[in-house]
Design a protein around this ligand. Structure first.
Ligand code: ZN
Ligand code: ZN
Length: 349
């Protein structure tokens, strides 16, 4: 549901969702119905190497929920997974990561690097699908947190039972390694950080039982990507689609784990006497700028500037005086559990 916070309307959605078009376990219609009942404002579907849902006319407004259908590209070695929204079709599998990232950019599609940080052992039934080639340029975003990926990374033979029955409890947050990569690349240009569910609703065997890991409805009430729009989301599908893609491209977004409370109302701004910016924006005056953070409830807040933690405090709101030029973002944690992650505001650069 739209929520006006400051000068912008906030909407939240689920990014990176599979259906039976590839290896998900529910059909497009079923996933859409679950998304609606979970109260999503938008749903971004991305089956592996397949746009059948979009070709069948599946994109559109379903009641108040916007459904966008892209796909997840992988190279021939099945690494370098890349979410692509708005491409004319599925690019050839023979392309290298460099080539399909470039092709998507040329076609004006939105491209997001998926689960780049998987490092689990290659042996076994679920090998990692990391992003290895960081020399690639031109991607629009990075999944800074992938729910299924974090769950798989943590899974061992010993914790399989609690992990299967309480999958949300295990979620900690983005890895420091990945946040560092994101901060570094963001110093050179805008790269949106999104949180992704990577929903499949797989079933796994736990002893004599078969347990469905992260049913869609659980995913849809956990990691949400929030976008901030200057105007309400349009009732016209194509305008609404472009509003969401533009917000993501512009980094007017933040991610949250709903498990620790709704992030609706979260606010992060940079202000001085003549300028004001939210994530994705910039202000030019360094010496007179203050960063303001408002949270829906008390949490451990970190102000991160140019990749370093500059302030850490337990609070519901923070006011921080900027002293040097750079890129600034905010993290909010509930104890050791990641809750809200903003995108960057640029100050004096
Ligand atoms: Zn993938
Ligand atoms: Zn996936």
């Amino acid at each position: 549901m739209a929520r006006k916070v400051g000068d912008h309307y906030q909407y939240s959605g689920a990014v990176h969702v599979h259906t039976t078009v590839s290896d998900g376990t529910k059909t497009l219609d079923e996933v859409i119905a679950i998304g609606q009942s979970a109260g999503l404002d938008f749903l971004m579907l991305s089956d592996h190497m397949d746009l059948a849902g979009r070709e069948a006319g599946g994109e559109g407004k379903y009641g108040k929920m916007l459904v966008l259908i892209g796909y997840e590209h992988n190279d021939e070695d099945d690494i370098h997974h890349y979410l692509i929204f708005g491409s004319p079709g599925v690019y050839p599998r023979e392309m290298s990561a460099k080539e399909y990232v470039a092709a998507a950019a040329v076609d004006g599609a939105l491209g997001i690097i998926a689960h780049p940080d998987e490092i689990r052992p290659k042996e076994g039934r679920h090998p990692p699908y990391p992003w290895l080639d960081w020399s690639v340029e031109g991607y629009d975003g990075i999944e800074i947190w992938n729910q299924m990926s974090e769950w798989m990374e943590k899974l061992t033979a010993w914790n399989k039972v609690p992990m299967a029955f309480s999958p949300r409890k295990s979620m900690a947050g983005p890895t420091a390694r990945l946040l560092k990569i994101w901060d570094e690349v963001s110093m050179t240009r805008k790269v949106v950080g999104v949180v992704a569910v990577d929903a499949h609703a797989f079933a796994i065997g736990v002893g004599p039982l078969t347990v469905q890991i992260f049913p869609y409805k659980v995913h849809f009430r956990t990691l949400r990507t929030h976008v901030m729009l200057p105007e309400r989301l349009s009732d016209d599908f194509e305008i609404a689609r472009d509003q969401v893609y533009a917000a993501l491209r512009d980094c007017r977004a933040f991610g949250s784990n709903m498990r620790w409370g709704s992030a609706d109302g979260f606010q992060f701004t940079a202000e001085n006497s003549s300028e004001k910016a939210i994530s994705g924006g910039s202000v030019s005056d360094v010496q007179n700028t203050r960063l303001w953070v408002d949270l829906p409830s008390r949490a451990l807040v970190r102000i991160v500037g140019n990749g370093s933690t500059l302030l850490q405090t337990e609070s519901e709101s923070v006011d921080y005086a900027v002293t040097q030029a750079g890129i600034y973002r905010v993290e909010a944690w509930k104890g050791k559990r990641g809750w809200i992650f903003s995108n960057h505001i640029r100050v004096g650069i």
